[in-house]
Write a protein that binds this ligand. Structure first.
Ligand SMILES: [Zn+2]
Length: 247
């Protein structure tokens, strides 16, 4: 994902289901959220948010890595692709979940372009990341999934319908707890709005997607089914009893 807290807001309910099913999980963010403050310096907020992302990943029981890019300057160029491929090769995922290709901000869309390129390149041995001690190429291309865009809408405000939903009624409390580890963001929004906007809005969105599929709370996903990527419904099969479709 692009920033610390994106994985929590868009996918954490699903991640807790996968954790419970015995999956090993990793969260990789492109930046450490260096623009996410009105009071701290760039360096301070980067350190704070990196720690918060680690704490949140730890609460989930996941590995955390940051590609070291900067907010507003995530671009799918050669250097950034090499960085992301290297980190993904170290973790070696079978399934990758990233943002929606169409989303409210370009950092998210460029992250998709980077992750799509990296997911393809991770298993190509001749693609070299030019790191001092590079990890070996993966054995296979991971299955690639897109989360719902933020608020579920494209830049014109239209709903971008997911292919399937995951019912997160059972994991919503853990999702809220994981998101609340991002204290700097929660406090900032709370000071700004006077209410717990951070957790409330995430919960509202999950409830809205729930209404669409007959659950209390849900997260939406689409699978990348283009040439060269696995088409087996790996995530849908793993979460079988929680999968919902649009009513
Ligand atoms: Zn973001």
């Amino acid at each position: 994902m692009a920033h610390p807290d994106d994985a929590e807001i868009l996918t954490a309910g699903t991640l807790f289901h996968l954790k419970r099913a015995g999956w090993e999980l990793g969260i990789l963010t492109m930046t450490s959220g260096d623009c996410g403050s009105a009071t701290h310096s760039k360096e301070e907020i980067s350190r704070i948010r990196h720690r918060e992302a680690e704490t949140a990943a730890c609460f989930l029981g996941a590995w955390y890595g940051c590609a070291g890019l900067q907010d507003i300057e995530i671009f799918a160029n050669a250097e950034n692709t090499r960085r992301v491929v290297e980190m993904m090769r170290v973790f070696g995922p079978h399934v990758v979940i990233t943002h929606s290709p169409v989303d409210y901000m370009l950092d998210h869309e460029e992250t998709v372009r980077l992750v799509r390129a990296a997911t393809f390149a991770i298993a190509i041995p001749l693609y070299q990341t030019r790191q001092p001690a590079p990890a070996s190429a993966a054995r296979a291309t991971p299955a690639l999934y897109y989360a719902d865009p933020v608020e579920g809408i494209d830049p014109s405000g239209d709903r971008l319908w997911p292919q399937f939903y995951v019912d997160i009624d059972e994991t919503l409390e853990q999702k809220r707890e994981m998101l609340s580890q991002h204290r700097s963001q929660r406090d900032w929004l709370r000071a700004h709005h006077g209410v717990d906007e951070y957790l409330n809005r995430m919960t509202e969105w999950a409830a809205r997607y729930g209404v669409e599929c007959g659950a209390n709370y849900a997260e939406g996903f689409r699978q990348h089914l283009g040439h060269g990527y696995p088409r087996e419904p790996v995530l849908q099969d793993a979460l079988d009893s929680f999968i919902k479709t649009r009513k």
